[in-house]
Design a protein around this ligand. Structure first.
Ligand SMILES: Cc1ncc(COP(=O)(O)O)c(C=O)c1O
Length: 380
C-alpha cells in the first residue's frame, strides 16, 4: 500500500459489531477477565487500549516501523527514551533541538546522574567527537528547531551503529511524509503528535516508533511502569488527523516555500532559514533526504532589530502569536521568549538562536493571504 492508503486503511478497521466505518472510541479503563490469571487482549487501559492501539498501528505503518507507542505528549515520549539510561551514562544531542528537549536533558536527566553534551549535528563529525566511552544515546532533529538545520541522518545512524550507541530522532518537523528515518538506520523515531500528526491544534500526544521488537519491549516496559500514555480521545483525534497528513504536509510545504521566497526577496528581512531555499546551507542535503517538500516551518530575522521583530509578531492577523506548530492554522512566534525560553540564554545565543529570530508555522490557508499578512506586518 502507498502512504495515503495506509493512512486511511491501516489501524482504522471498521467496527465488527456495528459496521461503523470509523472505529469507536474505547473509553473503558478496565476489561473483564475470563478468570483470575487469564488475560484477554486488554486488561487495563494504561497497559493497552484499542483506540490507542489503532493510532499506534497507523503511525508504525507510516514510519515503516514494527510498532509505535503513544504517549501523553511529545516530551513524555522523549522522557521514556531517556529512562532507558542509568546514572553515569551520557547523551550526545544536536544543538538545534526543541527547547523542551534541552530542558529535559539539562534539568531532569541530570538529576538522575546522566550527563549531556550538545554538538552541532549539521556536521556529524561534531557528534562523533562528542562521543564518550559512557555515551548511550544520540538524539537529533532534522530539520532542527528553530534554525531548520539539516542533519545527515544516515551518516549519524552509521556513526551510532559503529559505536554501538542507540540513536533517536525527533521527526516532528519532517513527518513521515517527507522523511522516514527508520529506513535510514535510526533506532527510534519520536513525534510530538500534537503537531502535524494531529494537525488541528486540538489534541496533545507523543509517540515513539521502532523497527526492533526487543527495543519496543524495553520502551513499553518503561511506558507501562511509569503510566505515561495517550488518552483514547487524543488517540482518536490523532488517528483522524493522520488520514490527511500527506495532503496537509505537502500543501503546507508548498506554501512555506512561496513564503520563504517572498521573505528572501524582501529588503526588510535580513535572513531566511528554510531548507527549500537554494541559498540555505543544508539545501543540497535536504534535497536528497526529504521527499515531497521541505516542510512547513521557517524562521527569519530582521537585520538584528529586536523591537521591530516584536512589532511584526504582534501585528500579523492570520499568523497567530502562539507556541506549537504543524496545524492547519498558521502561527508566528519568537523562539527566544517562547518555544526556546527554557534554554540558558548564553547557550541559546552560542547556538545561533538570536533574540530577534521569528519562527513561522505555515498552515493551510491560501498562501497569497499569508504573504499579504506578512507584508503588512513587516511595515508595522
Ligand atoms: C520539535 C518538537 N519536539 C517535541 C516537542 C514536544 O512535544 P509536546 O509539546 O507534545 O510535549 C515539541 C513541542 O513544541 C516540538 O516542537
Amino acid at each position: 500500500m502507498k502512504f495515503r492508503t495506509k493512512a486511511i486503511h491501516i489501524g482504522n478497521q471498521r467496527c465488527r459489531l456495528t459496521g461503523a466505518v470509523v472505529p469507536p472510541i474505547h473509553l473503558a479503563s478496565t476489561y473483564v477477565q475470563e478468570s483470575p490469571g487469564v488475560w484477554g487482549d486488554y486488561d487495563y487501559s494504561r497497559s493497552g487500549n484499542p483506540t490507542r492501539d489503532n493510532m499506534e498501528t497507523t503511525l508504525a505503518a507510516l514510519e515503516n516501523g514494527v510498532d509505535a507507542l503513544a504517549f501523553s505528549s511529545g516530551m513524555a515520549a522523549t522522557h521514556c527514551v531517556t529512562m532507558m539510561l542509568n546514572a553515569g551514562d551520557h547523551i550526545v544531542a544536536g544543538t538545534d533541538i526543541y527547547g523542551g528537549t534541552y530542558r529535559l536533558l539539562h534539568k531532569i536527566s541530570n538529576r538522575a546522574g546522566i550527563t549531556v553534551t550538545l554538538a552541532d549535528a549539521g556536521n556529524p563529525e561534531n557528534l562523533q567527537a562528542a562521543i564518550q566511552p559512557n555515551t548511550k544515546l544520540i538524539w537529533i532533529e532534522s530539520p532542527g528547531n528553530p534554525l531548520l538545520s539539516i542533519t545527515d541522518i544516515s551518516l549519524c545512524a552509521e556513526i551510532a551503529a559503529d559505536a554501538g550507541i542507540l540513536i533517536g530522532i525527533d521527526n516532528t518537523f519532517a513527518t513521515p511524509v517527507l522523511t522516514r528515518p527508520l529506513d535510514l538506520g535510526i533506532d527510534i523515531v519520536m513525534h510530538s503528535a500534537t503537531k502535524y500528526l494531529g494537525g488541528h491544534s486540538d489534541a496533545l500526544g507523543g509517540a515513539l516508533v521502532v523497527k526492533d521488537t526487543e527495543l519496543r519491549e524495553q520502551l513499553y516496559f518503561i511506558q507501562n511502569a511509569t503510566g505515561n500514555c495517550m488518552s483514547p480521545l487524543d488517540s482518536f483525534l490523532i488517528s483522524r488527523g493522520m488520514k490527511t497528513l500527506d495532503l496537509r504536509v505537502k500543501a503546507q510545504s508548498e506554501s512555506a516555500l512561496a513564503i520563504a521566497e517572498f521573505l528572501e526577496a524582501d529588503p526588510r528581512v535580513s535572513r531566511v532559514l528554510y531548507p527549500g531555499l537554494p541559498s540555505f546551507e543544508g539545501h543540497q542535503l535536504a534535497k536528497q533526504q526529504m521527499h515531497g517538500g521541505f516542510g512547513a516551518m521557517l524562521s527569519f530575522e530582521l537585520a538584528g532589530d529586536f523591537e521591530k521583530a516584536n512589532r511584526v509578531t504582534a501585528s500579523t492577523k492570520l499568523f497567530q502569536l502562539a507556541v506549537s506548530l504543524g496545524a492547519v492554522e498558521s502561527l508566528i512566534e519568537q523562539p527566544a521568549s517562547m518555544s526556546h525560553a527554557s534554554y540558558d540564554r548564553d547557550d541559546r545565543l552560542a547556538h545561533g538562536i538570536k533574540d530577534e529570530l521569528i519562527r513561522l508555522s505555515v498552515g493551510l490557508e491560501d498562501p497569497t493571504d499569508l504573504i499579504a499578512d506578512l507584508d503588512q506586518a513587516l511595515n508595522g
